[in-house]
Design a protein around this ligand. Structure first.
Ligand code: PMP
Ligand code: GLN
Length: 386
């Protein structure tokens, strides 16, 4: 039990663990946590296994193995024409999750404010509060989930230290467009803020939508910590290999905290990711096109079941409103769903500072096998209007 005045005293088990356990308990198809049920490239698994067999199985360098740091620097150059120093400008982290933690802890001091798009990934608020900082939400609203530039400007105070921007966005599937990116850059430069970007879905954009890192915008590279990970790009969420890239001074801030969080992560898996980045576009394109088909299937089955389900531009998730079933609270709906029909989902309320704002919105993951999505559809067809 946490002390009552602990910053996380009001936070229970994460929603992903809670809903995963409920789905398992009821034998439900788990469309909750964003974890693919088919592993990524076999070449990567072979490379990691070879590295394990060959050894050494000892601490990797704290910054990450040089082969992977070079591969990440090449990746930033090839996809985005960003020039990062593979030594001083790239740091390997334990998933993007550690990158988020180390960046916030490295940039913020108690009393600071950090602006984030809401709905926001659950670790943002938790880690900000461990840093003694406060997350200040700028709320995106359905159905368009667009950033309101005036709301963003209005969120800045003299305490604002940083912005933490997630695009492509979990859970809405939005990819920030040029106008929205320009608004963010304008506010960041005007208020002299550090920008931390969470780009874990960078390669999983659909229908011609394209991810453009904020670090590529004029005046932004020098103030931006860009975070990503191998989890989604390569459908290897269990590997927890992530990275931070940016200017040396900001990456140094991330390194200073990261070294005391985990020091380093598995060297063998880092070799696996370096091998994956050397494979070029083909495996990533294959994962992307599989996701498009699964997204379309999930939209079809949700629509047939009675949901209104807008088509996401990117990522792993469809956000749907369960209000038509009579639900007024997404958390209660998701707590009932595994037992009622045998499907697991995630309430959007966990992504809001004020959970009631999420109403009956829920998130379904489509990074799942088509036969499972189809079966989930048959089960969801059992939902009725009140
Ligand atoms: N950020 C976002 C927006 C996510 O959806 C996730 C979950 N994959 C993470 C960060 C965590 O990434 P990782 O698994 O690499 O720690
Ligand atoms: N990123 C994953 C999701 O949004 C969850 C990762 C986790 O369990 N923390 O579903």
């Amino acid at each position: 039990m946490l002390p009552p005045d602990h910053p996380l005293a009001g936070v229970g088990t994460t929603i992903f663990a809670e809903m995963g356990a409920l789905a398992a308990a009821h034998g439900a198809i788990n469309l909750g946590q964003g974890a693919p049920d088919v592993d990524g490239p076999v070449e990567m698994i072979e490379a990691a296994a070879n590295a394990l067999r060959a050894g050494p199985n000892q601490y990797a360098p704290g910054d990450g193995i040089p082969e992977l740091r070079r591969a990440i620097a090449d990746h930033q150059a090839r996809y985005y024409a960003l020039s990062v120093d593979p030594d001083a400008g790239v740091l390997i982290t334990v998933g993007c999750t550690e990158g988020i933690a180390a960046a916030l802890l490295g940039v913020c001091v108690p009393g600071d404010e950090v602006i984030a798009l809401e709905p926001s990934y659950d670790s943002y608020g938790a880690i900000a509060s461990l840093a003694g900082a406060q997350l200040v939400p700028v709320t995106l609203r359905p159905p368009g989930w667009r950033l309101d530039a005036d709301a963003l400007s209005a969120a800045v105070t003299e305490r604002t230290r940083a912005m933490l921007i997630n695009s492509p966005h979990n859970p809405t599937g939005r990819v920030l467009d040029e106008t929205e990116r320009a608004a963010i850059a304008h506010v960041a430069i005007e208020a002299d803020l550090v920008v931390i970007t969470d780009e874990v879905y960078e390669h999983l954009t659909f229908d011609g939508n394209r991810h453009v890192p904020l670090a590529t915008m004029p005046g932004m590279f020098e103030r931006t910590i860009t975070l990503s990970s191998a989890a989604k790009t390569f459908a290897l969420t269990g590997w927890k290999v992530g990275w931070a890239t940016g200017p040396a001074e900001l990456i140094d801030a991330v390194r200073r905290t990261k070294q005391f969080l985990t020091y380093t992560s598995s060297g063998a898996l880092q070799h696996g990711v370096a091998a994956g980045l050397a494979l070029g576009d083909a495996p990533i394109a294959e994962i992307r096109s599989g996701l498009v088909a699964q997204r379309d299937l999930l939209i079809d089955v949700l629509t047939d079941a009675g949901f209104e389900a807008p088509v996401p531009e990117a990522g792993y998730f469809v956000v749907a409103d369960a209000a038509w079933t009579g639900a007024t609270n997404g958390l209660e709906f998701c707590q009932r769903l595994p037992e009622a029909v045998g499907v697991g989902a995630i309430p959007l309320s966990s992504f809001y500072l004020q959970p009631e704002r999420a109403g009956a919105l829920v998130r379904f993951a489509f990074c799942k096998r088509p036969d499972l999505i189809a079966e989930a559809g048959r089960r969801l067809a059992g939902l009725t209007r009140p």
